[in-house]
Design a protein around this ligand. Sequence first.
Ligand code: UD1
Ligand code: CA
Length: 489
Amino acid sequence: MKKFSAIVIAAGRGKRMRSKTTKALHPVAGRPMLWYMLTLARRVADARVVAVIGHQADRVRAFLDQSQADFEPFDVALQPDQLGTGHAVRQARAVLMPKGKAASKHCLIVNADTPLLSRATVQRLLARHEKEKAALTLLSTELSEPRGYGRVVRGEKGQVVKVVEEADATRAERAIHEVNAGIYVVDTAFLFKALARVRAQNAQGEYYLTDIVGLAVAEGRKVAGLKIPDARECLGVNTREHLAVVEEAMRHRIRARWLNVGVTMLDPRTTFIDDTVTIGMDTVLYPGVTLEGQTQLGSGCVIRSASRIVNSVVGKAVTIQDSSVVEQAVIEDYATIGPFAHIRPGAVLRKQAKVGNFVEVKNTELGAGSKANHLSYLGDTTVGKRVNIGAGTITCNYDGYKKDRTTIEDEAFIGSDTQLIAPVNVGKGAVVGSGSTITEDVPADALVLSRSPQVTKEDWAAKRRAKNSKKSSPAQKSSRGKKKGAKKS
Ligand code: UD1
Ligand code: CA
């Protein structure tokens, strides 16, 4: 018989969060809380894993579908009405007690709102349960401020007697600082037998999972406990305040992970890294850097202050200067970006490409060694290799109804302040004179200019000055007028 199955109860709404989003889907360091609990359950269990869902079940199911590779195989059980934690666990019966027989000897049960719980702790809990040959083993910790948690009531010999919810606790019980973490290992057959006996006669009118502790004791079965000193692992997120505490602790953990494999952070506290991100060795992160989503950052990169990279693949030795945003882009080795650049979805910067100050790039490929260094917009454009895009170049890709593409072939030179009206093609090695508006294709190796010829009038300015020297200029007049009327301060 398999040893451990697992149940993650995630059907509750989380009223105290005051949110339109169900609690289990609230993200911590870029992943829903449920993700952490379900991956943990899947890693420690050798038998089936069941997620009990209910509130916003469609949204939760959509998340499970989308991330299923991370916790396969698993089952989903529905708790249509959220009648309490005991009622939630009961919904897993059909999966874990097929034909009335337990599919595994023991069952791990976890609340979905304790994402800081570590695998090592759960493994210790499972080991304790087996060693003690217990019917039920629960995880607990001491809190100086135990408010909101179920209290672990112990007898004279220190044995666990029951768990009492705060709403039902006597004054003396409320003074207990040992709290129930909501993480248990239970003999599977006993679990479902006991749950059938749980009644909702309590302050909240709910079927409490915690009642099975007292039931086990009453039946003379062994109840064991594992009390851990690190209270954060047991932190159950009920409010946004708890969420903020958990978020900070999780980010701290993620930073430690990357520091330990050779990533430098000048100010770890202001460096935000989602759990989904990967970073190569010897990459340096300056203060205020944010790395989000499915971002993969290569080795030897330098990311300067206040830059944010989202869902992007960045090669090695890439430099991103201060205050740049990179979203859903691919940045190849040795490219440089910023400061103040916006690299938008669909951007591909090939090797050694350079995008400089105040440049926006969208759905555009910038070929190897090509440069767009200043004040430009490149949208829906394919730029070849070693192309120079002059300052202030704009691709006019949108006519108010549809988008069109611009192509600029290898080694072309686009003079400053050029507008390229898409669809248009600039051929290989062509030169576009500064200030041009390009509406027609440019042949390879040609020079094109589309600006009005310069008019020069010798001495024109000097003559005008002489003629007007007696009179004051309109500007001088108005400033004098102001002075007259102005009060002295
Ligand atoms: C629960 C425990 C409490 C413990 C605390 C630890 C009970 C009765 N109380 O209280 O002893 O100290 O966790 O954090 O178990 N859920 C369902 N269906 C429901 C109700 C809840 O699936 O009908 C799920 C929630 O989604 C959540 C978990 O159960 O993941 C815990 O629910 P929550 O309301 O947060 O319980 P607590 O009041 O924190
Ligand atoms: Ca809780």
